[in-house]
Design a binder for this molecule. Structure first.
Ligand SMILES: CC(C)(COP(=O)(O)OP(=O)(O)OC[C@H]1O[C@@H](n2cnc3c(N)ncnc32)[C@H](O)[C@@H]1OP(=O)(O)O)[C@@H](O)C(=O)NCCC(=O)NCCS
Length: 418
């Protein structure tokens, strides 16, 4: 690998796609950015990376012939309130070389990225942020949180709630997981805003592969399916890890399409024997775990930002989702990074379906930044809460009207980092 040449004019560095044959240079950039050992690159092509990597959508900054900044995309379909799966640019692989930081390269990469997303016509973009201070300036709002839960095994006793009727859990091997998990996942996905459709390659490379390096010293993946009358409604993926004298259980994914499946799977996770504690690294913020526990205060719960959403095309994004009932709202949107989006949008909802158009010479009922509309879009953040934080303006009546229209039944959640 060559080292980067010195440059005095970094703001002029060209930005262009990366040829597929040079994809290892993007992976090297990630090693520098995220603290990985680049030694594995010597092993040659990575089939999992190649299966999902979209070369034509990558944009890179070049200093001479050296790749010094990258942004990539997964072409995703994200569930929005009402159950539609909406084309979403899954923004990923953002890294600028340590030698080239804080000179505006990310800003220029995001501009090139948004140009490409708009050419494709995707109404939404979404990402996970390495640092929660970075992406608001580019129009992303914190749309879905994650609850990180840990419970000491001595306190995992559950309330004696009614046992799920008729269903049962069983352990399955990888072949069965490949067959059964996608159906259970999709049953849950279409109800939960923020969940992404998974291709066969995504299931294999990102969920079920279970490479030894990815286990972090833990056991192979344990896979449990919950079925009722021959249909899979949920599953649990976990591993255990021995640390000195203690064993710990780490839940990788618990996905459930209904309350019976959810209770059965939490019951199973809370009854793993011989472990000191059970950790659920990423649960929906409305996870019922604390309500199931006999001693709920024993649950150690941390809630963090997780999925950030940006509206790329405001009318298309707003009409893709469903609303609660009927009503009208004039939304005044500021968008400093994509000023062509700025304006007042009239949202007319009838029995849940909406039409939306930009209107001239109208005062907004609710005025806010596009990042805050992104935060509220999936129904997880209320307009009245945004107003309390000084991030939305409107009369109390208008804010209440917005909150009546926008909620979702389930809290937005994204079970995976990308
Ligand atoms: C984050 C990273 C891509 C920023 O690249 P960069 O070229 O230095 O960013 P820019 O110079 O274009 O800065 C754009 C803006 O973001 C701000 N910013 C950059 N990194 C930031 C951070 N970690 N936290 C908060 N703000 C940050 C800059 O201050 C600048 O603000 P301004 O627009 O108000 O002037 C780079 O530091 C990096 O590669 N970090 C390690 C990998 C990583 O975290 N990637 C993000 C994965 S989601």
């Amino acid at each position: 690998m060559s080292s980067e040449p010195p440059s005095d004019s970094r703001s002029q560095l060209p930005i262009r796609p990366l040829p597929f044959a040079r994809r290892n240079e993007l992976r090297l950039g990630h090693a520098f950015a995220f603290g990985w050992d680049e030694g594995h690159l010597d092993a040659g092509p990575d089939a999992d990376f190649d299966a999902l990597y979209e070369t034509d959508r990558t944009r890179c900054a070049f200093d001479g012939d050296t790749v010094v900044g990258t942004v990539g995309v997964y072409s995703l379909q994200m569930t929005v309130p009402g159950g539609a799966a909406v084309p979403t640019a899954g923004t990923t692989a953002i890294a600028v070389r340590p030698t080239h930081r804080r000179r505006g390269l990310l800003r220029r990469l995001m501009t090139a990225h948004f140009d490409e997303v708009r050419e494709r016509g995707e109404p939404l973009s979404a990402l996970w942020a390495s640092d929660s201070g970075i992406y608001r300036r580019f129009g992303y709002g914190e749309a879905a949180g994650r609850s990180s839960d840990k419970i000491d095994r001595a306190h995992t006793a559950l309330l004696d709630v009614e046992a799920p009727a008729g269903g049962q859990c069983r352990m399955i091997d990888k072949d069965e997981a490949q067959r059964l998990l996608p159906g259970a996942y999709d049953r849950a996905r279409l109800q939960r805003p923020g969940m992404m459709a998974r291709s066969e390659d995504w299931w294999e490379s990102r969920v079920l592969k279970d490479a030894v390096w990815s286990r972090n010293g833990g056991t192979p993946l344990r896979r449990v399916i919950y079925e009722r009358e021959g249909v899979a409604y949920g599953y649990l993926l976990y591993r255990t890890r021995n640390e000195r004298t203690n064993m710990h259980a780490l839940v990788i994914e618990l996905v459930a399409a209904d309350g019976d499946a959810e209770r059965a799977l939490y019951r199973l996770a809370c009854n793993i024997d011989l472990v000191a504690d059970v950790t659920f690294w990423n649960q929906p913020v409305d996870s019922p775990l604390s309500l199931l526990l006999a001693s709920p205060r024993r649950l150690e719960r941390e809630v963090h930002d997780a999925l950030w959403v940006r509206l790329m095309q405001i009318p298309e994004a707003l009409t893709a989702r469903r609303y609660a009932g009927s009503g009208q709202l004039l939304l005044g949107v500021r968008d400093a990074f994509l000023p062509e989006n700025e304006g007042v949008y009239s949202l007319e909802c009838e029995d849940g379906r909406a039409s939306c158009k930009r209107v001239a010479n109208s005062d907004a009922d609710v005025a806010l930044d596009v990042a805050d509309l992104g935060a509220a879009y999936l129904g997880g953040v209320r307009f009245q809460t945004l107003a309390r934080a000084g991030r939305a303006n409107g009369t109390p009546e208008a804010l209440r009207r917005a909150d009546t229209l926008f909620p979702s039944d389930l809290t937005p959640w994204c079970p995976e980092i990308f």
